[in-house]
Design a protein around this ligand. Structure first.
Ligand SMILES: [Zn+2]
Length: 74
């Protein structure tokens, strides 16, 4: 049986697979420790990217706040 590609793991996480593809993936994941581990790795990677994105967001908010205060000071 073919392993699940990383793209399909991403799609699975995004819920972007057809019902049939999803069932095939889930069936494979239940039996294949390699792919299950890969899915976990992709999930972890996403969470890291998400937290980086959130930090960047906060940084931008902080920059906006700082630029507002410096306008007020002028
Ligand atoms: Zn596999």
């Amino acid at each position: 049986m073919k392993h699940i590609s990383e793209i399909n793991l991403q799609r699975l996480l995004d819920d972007n697979l057809s019902l049939v593809q999803k069932l095939i993936c889930k069936h494979h994941l239940a039996k294949c420790a390699d792919c299950a581990a890969k899915l976990e790795a992709v999930k972890t990677q996403r969470q890291e990217l998400l937290s980086i994105a959130q930090n960047l967001n906060r940084l931008q908010e902080a920059e906006t706040a700082i630029s507002k205060t410096s306008i007020l000071r002028k």
